[in-house]
Design a protein around this ligand. Structure first.
Ligand code: ATP
Ligand code: MG
Length: 417
């Protein structure tokens, strides 16, 4: 079964509000094993709403609409939909009573235009709004369903799961297909390289759809299979994930809802290892990410943002002569930062990052984007250097990513180049 999404509101087409309703509707529709045929946004404009509806209904079995159900004059969605189908409006007494009760309970002042929110096109089934005033409705025309909800995201979210999805499942019982999804997260490789490496794999032949979503600094691959049988869908996705893992193993850092920092935190905790971090160009970002993980106090002993040369000497014990001779951004300094923070923190591991985030400060030998990341464990210290592209923020984010990857590779026993 195919579903279309129509979001309505001048605030969307003028760019004042970002359309977040579509995103969660898409996710819910996919979870049901249905397909999204198209998504569209139009302003509060009767003819445009009519044209959009006709266009979507030509391609989909159902359309889910949000926005413009309020009491004010600019909320015209109900009228526009009724007009599009040549239907009159009726007042639903149950809805009207519930809306009146809601006003009374909260001591809101009742104005005549509030009654508008209990009016629906003839033949429509009202959908209760447990978290707001404007009710929604669903309407069946020529075997297709039009389901309408208010624009306020918390209200739409609730009514989607409580009212709209159950109605669609009821109307299209045979469309219910099981869906299995596996997300594979990669880093340190470009999207086109991923594409090329995976080109020989026949995903379609395996009954799996492959989606690639760059989400800097990661690439997420989504493997999706749909089938009448849940086990079959899951088995297909599992087989496809094995094929992807074989080809891209060294770039994969997490699956599904896992994050890089979450994986690193789990490894540190499992191995009972403690960590101290010294950050220069990343300004605390590595530590910020690690402390997003609940329970990070189990492994993170301390972190220092040592931005100046003086702080690198004072707090980490990096000799001034080393910084003077090789520079604050150098392999030598990075190594001594990692070893220094480890020694001072009395931890198993010391992680350090130093680099040039730009836009100034670059030289021919060390251009903007040069980053050194070092990891010390008391026996050896590894240091990797990178030349990262982009503005300050991008360089910081990428540097934090590579620092966490270095740590993850170390913890999972991978070799370093
Ligand atoms: P209300 O009764 O609250 O007026 P409504 O159905 O009329 O409900 P709108 O007036 O269209 O809803 O939108 C209410 C608010 O919800 C808007 O100010 C906007 O911030 C937000 N909103 C509307 N549509 C979307 C959307 N597609 N994505 C995210 N937010 C939205
Ligand atoms: Mg409104």
């Amino acid at each position: 079964m195919k579903v279309g999404i129509l979001t309505i509101g001048n605030e969307l087409t003028s760019g004042k509000t970002q359309d977040t309703n579509s995103s969660f509707i898409v996710r819910e529709v996919n979870r049901q094993g249905w397909e999204v045929a198209m998504m569209m946004a139009v302003g509060d404009d009767t003819p445009e709403i009519g044209k959009a509806l006709a266009h979507i209904l030509a391609a989909a079995d159902a359309v889910i609409v949000t926005g413009g159900l309020g009491p004010t004059a600019d909320d015209i969605t109900t009228d526009a939909i009724a007009a599009a189908f040549g239907l009159k409006l009726y007042t639903d007494e149950t809805a009207l009573e519930k809306i009146r009760q809601r006003f009374a309970k909260r001591n809101y002042h009742w104005t005549g235009n509030n009654a508008k929110q209990a009016m629906f096109p003839e033949g429509a089934e009202p959908i209760a709004n447990p978290v707001g005033t404007a009710w929604g409705f669903s309407l069946k025309r020529d075997g297709k369903i039009v389901a309408v909800m208010p624009g306020v995201p918390v209200e739409a979210r609730q009514m989607l799961t409580d009212g709209v999805i159950p109605r669609l499942r009821r109307e299209f019982p045979h469309a219910a297909r099981h869906v299995a999804v596996k997300i594979i997260k990669l880093s340190g490789i470009g999207e086109s390289s991923v594409d090329q490496i995976l080109a020989p794999v026949d995903f379609a032949g395996m009954g799996v759809a492959l989606g690639s979503y760059p989400n800097f600094p990661e690439i997420q691959l989504a493997l999706t299979a749909r089938d009448a049988d849940q086990g079959t869908a899951e088995e297909r996705v599992r087989a496809a994930a094995v094929a992807v893992t074989e080809k891209l193993k060294k770039h994969i850092f997490a699956f599904d809802g896992d994050t890089l920092e979450g994986v690193v935190a789990a490894l540190l905790t499992e191995k009972h290892l403690t960590l101290a971090v010294a950050e220069s160009c990343t300004g605390g970002l590595i530590t910020d990410r690690l402390t997003d993980v609940p329970g990070s106090s189990l492994f993170l002993e301390r972190a220092a943002v040592t931005y100046s040369n003086l702080s690198k000497s004072e707090l980490l014990g990096v000799p001034e002569e080393v910084i003077g001779k090789f520079g604050a951004v150098s392999r030598e300094t990075a190594i001594l930062m990692a070893e220094g923070v480890r020694r001072i923190g009395h931890t198993d591991l010391g992680l350090a990052a130093t680099g040039i985030a730009g836009p100034s400060g670059g030289t021919d030998v060390k251009p903007v984007g040069t980053v050194f990341i070092a990891l010390a464990d008391g026996r050896t210290t590894v240091c990797r250097d990178f030349l990262l592209a982009g503005g300050r923020r991008r360089i910081k984010v990428a540097a934090s990513q590579f620092a966490l990857i270095l740590l993850k590779d170390y913890l999972s026993g991978h070799e370093h180049g």
